[in-house]
Write a protein that binds this ligand. Structure first.
Ligand code: ATP
Ligand code: MG
Length: 562
């Protein structure tokens, strides 16, 4: 089924602006703070910003919002660039850092001071907070609000020189402490931070706040449409205020859209950092993480993530997207391109008693029934094979069509076999192996006499098998909305899914998997889509399960309609 991402309100705005001549091109930006790895929510913003620029023949800047040296790190800068490129987007010559504009920001703040629109405040951070008022009560003017322009200029220069300790002074915009919008109550625009910056080193010890730096960076770069998530809606008056007071020639339009929320996971970098630091996951790229790097290691393709972003659309109100939608997108993509293999996760030995000893043969198998061009390969067959333990039942329940005593089933691409005997451990009763016979006339999987079997099993020749590890992943959290739970008092650690990772050793794969390399995607027939883990080696291959084969599209479709 083909579903197209619908056109949305931001496109409408852009098209109007192009038609009216307000703009003759579209310049957007993606402005991450390098304080963590990107997650799937960022992918939505990346696809939107780069996608719009692409669609209207404009450009999109990658700008690092590196205004808080305490939380930022070059490691994050590199990972972010890698992730954006991996998703398939290009910033060309337009890579920027807010820190490149520190000089300009500073000059603009001198202008604000001279215009009487900024002042140095000596209240402590706690006092500033308590003077700010609440949603129902206006704030109280700072006693330092009336400082003279001269005094403000002198103090601000001293702040810049490093004469003060952190928290002793801040520079604030002088707007309106009684504004119904708390963001307009004399917001801080500069604070003292004595920290090493990854780019400007020790050149500065005063750093601009997000609201101040963001609108100015947009303006300096000539951004036409500044897209951000809904929580910045109440900041928009401030965005506009700075640009109006400073009389800049470029005043971009801030437009807000709903951020992506996914159930059964968390999406804020702060929470994700917690998971990494507490060791609950193996790192930012743990395949259970909603990070781009985690999804990549899990086997997600850039195409599937872009498709997902297209499907979820762009709206003005918050909602929670079902994880199964993301899974639908990767299944749809991998179904088209993942080569098929056979592998057995829980091996049960089967001896085919009428197959010649020491003999083996090669049986042709289709690499991808969805794509003939992917051709065929040969799978070795021999007297001793493995099947999946759960594909045999001594007492098969109704509607169980797989192997059982006396029953005949098909081995995929091979023969019909019939179970003749179950060999058990005398003491424990555990099943050690099955003894079966095969029908040589059914080679390839069809019976010349028209005999039908209901079950088809995957299998691997024991003598040729590649012993491997398999990691089966499930949702990271066992409850759909861990953040809401946290607000109700449930700790994040307590809502983690204890079974989110199951590691299986001693799995047996067909020998063709030797040709795969780390990062490659594949399907193990009947088991799901997998990818070769980056740490996998030929001596000890490891496969991560990306997603099971089960298609839950019907369910998703219902949800989307309802
Ligand atoms: P987080 O809360 O996860 O730390 P953030 O907004 O602080 O996210 P930034 O690095 O500031 O992270 O984000 C860069 C851009 O990505 C911003 O424009 C932001 O609006 C956007 N973005 C972040 N999270 C989401 C999301 N869940 N859905 C859509 N866009 C998002
Ligand atoms: Mg942020």
């Amino acid at each position: 089924m083909e579903i197209k991402g619908a056109s949305h309100f931001i496109q409408d705005i852009i098209e109007k602006d192009l038609e009216s001549g307000k703009h003759d091109t579209v310049i957007t930006r993606f402005p991450p703070e390098p304080n963590g790895y990107l997650h799937i929510g960022h992918a939505k913003s990346i696809c939107l910003n780069f996608g719009l620029a692409e669609k209207y023949g404009g450009r999109c800047h990658l700008r690092f919002d590196d205004t808080n040296p305490r939380k930022e790190d070059p490691e994050y800068v590199h990972s972010i660039m890698h992730d954006v490129e991996w998703l398939g987007f290009h910033w060309g010559d337009h890579l920027y850092y807010a820190s490149d504009y520190f000089g300009e920001f500073y000059r603009y703040s001198l202008q604000l001071i001279k215009q009487g629109q900024a002042y140095v405040c000596s209240l402590s951070p706690d006092e500033i907070r308590s003077y700010r008022g609440t949603l129902t009560e206006p704030g109280i003017n700072s006693p330092y609000r009336k400082r003279s322009v001269q005094e403000n200029l002198e103090l601000f220069q001293e702040m810049k020189k490093g004469s003060f300790k952190e928290g002793e002074y801040v520079l604030r915009a002088r707007i309106d402490m009684a504004s119904p919008n708390i963001n307009m109550r004399d917001p801080v625009i500069y604070r003292i931070i004595h920290a090493w910056h990854h780019r400007t080193r020790d050149a500065w010890c005063i750093y601009p706040t997000y609201d101040y730096a963001h609108c100015l960076s947009d303006s300096i770069e000539g951004i036409t449409h500044s897209l951000c998530s809904l929580e910045f809606q109440d900041h928009r008056p401030l965005y506009d205020w700075f640009l109006e007071q400073l009389g800049v020639s470029c005043h971009p339009q801030q437009i807000e859209f709903a951020r992506l929320n996914l159930n059964f996971t968390v999406m804020s970098k702060r929470k994700l950092t917690q998971l990494v630091q507490s060791g609950h996951v193996s790192g930012w790229d743990d395949p259970r993480m909603p990070t781009i790097s985690g999804l990549r290691r899990r086997g997600y393709t850039p195409e599937s993530i872009r498709r997902f972003c297209d499907l979820i659309g762009v709206a003005k109100s918050d909602n929670v997207v079902d994880m199964s939608m993301l899974e639908y997108c990767i299944r749809e993509d991998l179904n088209k391109r993942a080569p098929r293999y056979m592998g057995v996760i829980n091996p049960l030995k089967v001896v085919i008693t009428n197959y010649p000893q020491e003999s083996s043969e090669e049986l042709p198998a289709i690499n991808n029934p969805e794509d003939e061009a992917m051709g065929t390969r040969n799978v070795p067959f021999s007297r001793v094979i493995y099947i999946e333990a759960e594909d045999f039942r001594e007492d098969p329940p109704k509607k169980y069509f797989r192997l059982a005593p006396g029953r005949e089933v098909r081995l995929r691409y091979a023969y019909f076999i019939t179970c003749q005997e179950v060999v058990k451990d005398q003491e424990t009763g555990r099943i050690l192996e099955l003894r079966c016979t095969y029908d040589p006339a059914t080679r390839g999987g069809d019976s010349p006499d028209g005999r039908k079997v209901k079950g088809t099993l995957h299998w691997v020749s024991a003598g040729h098998a590649v012993r491997s590890g398999v990691r089966i992943y499930d949702r990271l959290f066992s409850r759909p909305n861990p953040i809401q739970d946290e607000k109700k008092g449930l700790a994040l650690n307590d809502t983690l899914n204890p079974a989110s990772l199951q590691e299986q050793q001693g799995c047996m794969m067909e020998p063709a998997v030797k040709g795969l390399k780390p990062g490659d995607i594949l399907q193990f027939e009947r088991l799901g889509y997998f990818c070769v883990d980056p740490e996998s080696t030929p001596a000890s291959p490891v496969f991560n399960r990306t997603v099971s084969l089960k298609d839950t599209w019907a369910k998703i479709e219902k949800k989307m309609q309802g």
